[in-house]
Design a protein around this ligand. Structure first.
Ligand SMILES: O=C(O)[C@H](O)[C@@H](O)[C@H](O)[C@H](O)COP(=O)(O)O
Length: 260
């Protein structure tokens, strides 16, 4: 378990730009040392803000897009192409603008696909896809993601792991279906905490006043069932990327501001 590191930027725009720059460097380093990189995307405004900043970044194409594996931390269980799907929003923000290898873009199943309303079967398919991509070092469950990004909800949820719901309590499976999510739509697919924790680095994105209480709760030693963001950590690094508004309820001793 890696102790959370915090970086606080002046505002959400700068946080997104700085996170995008950080992601470029991380991906280029992984591709240089291992030949490819593996990144897990998140939905939400902060997550899509990072993707949009990456699309606009001058150094964007230092990344070899053909050797980048993209996965999702969660997905809203809606029909293919629905504007509310995380993959739809990621395509609009970045993916349609860069030459990815479509075989390496691993979107989660849609509700009008082969599984229909059986979101558990859809989740099992994604778990099997992850297992096929896993290396021996992962005990055959999920690949070693270089970076797994997570937006943080005002209730401290990450991915579609909501406080007190069954999915956050899952300790064996890597992907599960979610019913009755408090953030619409109610039916979702999500990685579980064991899957999230297999990542080398977990980056939690929290910008905006509405995230200040969630950041303070998650970073104050709260339990992962009550505050799922508190259970999201990487094997070698856990990084909270905040703006000043989201950090406003944190003790200043927790972080030196990165941006004046
Ligand atoms: O499917 C989703 O909605 C996201 O994966 C979710 O986990 C999101 O990241 C948080 O709710 C934060 O969303 P905002 O950045 O929009 O506040």
């Amino acid at each position: 378990m890696s102790t959370p590191q915090l970086v606080v930027h002046r505002d959400k725009e700068l946080m997104a730009q700085a996170a995008a720059a950080r992601l470029i460097t991380k991906v280029v380093d992984a591709q240089t040392s291992r030949g490819y990189a593996s990144v897990v995307l998140t939905g939400g405004r902060n997550g899509n803000g990072v993707l949009a900043a990456l699309a606009a970044a001058p150094a964007r194409d230092a990344i070899d897009w053909s050797r980048l594996d993209l996965w999702w931390g969660d997905e809203r269980y809606l029909p293919e192409g629905d504007p509310e799907r995380n993959v739809t929003q990621a395509r609009q923000a970045l993916l349609d603008a860069v030459p990815l290898d479509p075989r390496r873009v691993h979107a989660m199943p849609a509700s009008d696909g082969p599984f229909g309303t059986d979101v558990e079967a859809a989740a099992e398919m994604y778990a099997a896809e992850l297992a096929r991509a896993a290396g021996p070092e992962n005990h055959g469950s999920v690949p070693t993601f270089d970076v797994l990004m997570l937006g943080v909800g005002p209730d401290t949820h990450v991915a579609s792991l909501f406080p007190e719901l069954p999915a956050v309590r899952e300790t064996e499976r890597t992907v599960v279906g979610v019913h009755g999510a408090p953030k619409p739509p109610p039916t979702r697919i999500t990685l579980t905490l064991p899957a999230i924790r297999s990542a080398r680095e977990v980056w939690l994105l929290a910008a905006g006043e509405d995230k200040a209480q969630a950041a303070a709760i998650a970073l104050s030693g709260a339990g992962e069932v009550q505050a799922p963001a508190a259970g999201a950590y990487g094997r070698s690094r856990t990084l909270w990327l905040l703006d000043a508004a989201a950090a406003s309820q944190l003790p200043r001793s927790l972080y030196p501001p990165a941006s004046p």
